[in-house]
Design a protein around this ligand. Structure first.
Ligand code: PLP
Length: 415
């Protein structure tokens, strides 16, 4: 089918059929937000967060804990909701630690990760007695020890390791192995352990390895998990230490295109349960608290970004829809180069009979401000309300709201 050939709508919209947001929220329920539309807004659904958390946690081996990666969406309501579901919180700045505490997370359920923690942030973390500071360089370790000395406190840490394996990231988010700003290269762990011996106030609790995001194949997550466990076992032996925590980071993916399938989380959990019975690992795993810290999997699909079509036109033989929203609110497609699915809510509600291919572009003075809708979309008319899906993770706060001084998007909880 050529880009310009309209197609008859034969079937129910793919995303309406398969997407967790539409499984939890009917078009009837959404209609009131469409009818009362005033400006671009992120609509969030708690039901979707609850359901994603359930899918991940139900029948997960009890020794595995879930910490929510706050960076994916730090909205206080989402934090409070996830806290009520019993997860911990992974934070990456003083602001995120404060937000976690405000949402009710207790110190023992908060970790602090990130390659560039400032002295002020480390002082704050130590004062708050967090479960762990995940140390990413030898200099950070030394600074942390000095801060502990000044505060006369001890601090538990995980060492974040940059290993020689990865889980195969498609779009560069974390960046996998090789030269990395994250963590300490595995072949520099000797130096790290030497530096650790000189500290007086630091207790090494375990390791943290997070090297790939947006993984859709259960087997890659599973194999990566084994590789991290084996790394921890080898380090224990080599340095004659005993770990109590392994943090495997996030990375649980969600589909962004019609060709992608949902992560087979049930299969992953089944294999993880077998792993706990595998003699090679069972006695080690029995004493270990294993942590996954997903962001996108918990928050991504709970949010849609709604925006209105201001004008339609044609350029160079292609249909163009100019919308009032754009990358000032939702920069991820331009930043990562990954298209988000878009649906035409008005077109679906009015049961329009044709689909077409459009360039959907925002109001900013840069051609980066485009949403590349790869597949056909219900015919777009002036005044339509479109929804960008998977906007719950790395959406509202990962954008550039100051560019062109447009109004910020609203954030609305619909249930
Ligand atoms: N943990 C850390 C340290 C991260 O940097 C990130 C994302 O960048 C996450 C967890 C969450 O990753 P994801 O959203 O892929 O689950």
């Amino acid at each position: 089918m050529s880009e310009l050939t309209p197609e008859l709508v034969k079937d129910e919209n793919h995303w309406l059929k398969v997407h967790p947001f539409f499984k939890q929220n009917s078009l009837d329920e959404l209609k009131k937000y469409i009818d009362s539309y005033e400006s671009p807004a992120f609509l969030y659904s708690r039901r979707v967060v609850t359901d994603q958390h359930y899918k991940l946690s139900q029948d997960l081996p009890s020794k595995i804990k879930i910490f929510y990666a706050q960076k994916s969406n730090p909205n206080p309501e989402i934090l409070k909701h996830l806290k009520s579901l019993g997860v911990g919180c992974d934070t990456a700045s003083l602001g995120e630690i404060s937000a976690a505490i405000d949402a009710g997370f207790v110190s023992k359920d908060i970790m602090f990760t990130g390659p560039g923690k400032t002295e002020e942030e480390l002082q704050f973390a130590v004062r708050k007695n967090l479960m762990s500071v995940n140390v990413e360089s030898i200099q950070e370790l030394e600074l942390l020890d000095k801060i502990c000395e000044e505060q006369r406190r001890k601090q538990g840490i995980l060492v974040r390791i940059n290993p020689k394996f990865e889980a195969g990231e498609e779009n560069r988010i974390i960046g996998g192995m090789g030269v990395s700003k994250f963590g300490i290269d595995i072949d520099q762990i000797d130096e790290f352990m030497e530096a650790l011996k000189k500290t007086k106030n630091i207790r090494l609790k375990g390791i943290h390895i997070f090297n790939s995001s947006q993984i859709l194949f259960w087997k890659r997550i599973y194999e990566n998990t084994i590789a991290v466990i084996e790394t921890a076992m080898e380090l224990e032996k080599k340095y004659n230490v005993s770990f109590e925590v392994i943090d495997l980071g996030g990375g649980f993916g969600i589909p962004y295109s019609e060709e992608e399938f949902e992560l087979d989380i049930d299969k992953l959990k089944k294999e993880l349960n077998f792993l706990y019975r595998n003699k090679k690992y069972s006695s080690f795993l029995e004493k270990i608290k294993m942590i996954y810290e997903p962001g996108r999997y918990l928050s991504g699909q709970c949010g849609i970004y709604i925006t209105k079509v201001l004008y339609t036109k044609e350029s160079g033989g292609k249909k163009v829809a100019i919308i009032d929203g754009g990358i000032h609110h939702m920069i991820r497609p331009a930043l990562i180069g990954q298209s988000h699915p878009i649906v035409n809510l008005s077109g679906i509600i009015e049961k329009r009979l044709v689909k077409d291919n459009y360039l959907i572009a925002g109001p900013l003075c840069t051609s980066l401000d485009e949403f590349n809708q790869a597949s056909q979309i219900e015919e777009i008319k002036q005044g339509d309300i479109l929804a960008v899906l998977n906007a719950g993770a790395y959406g509202y706060t990962e954008s550039m709201p100051l560019f062109l001084s447009h109004k910020p998007a609203k954030e609305i909880f619909i249930n």
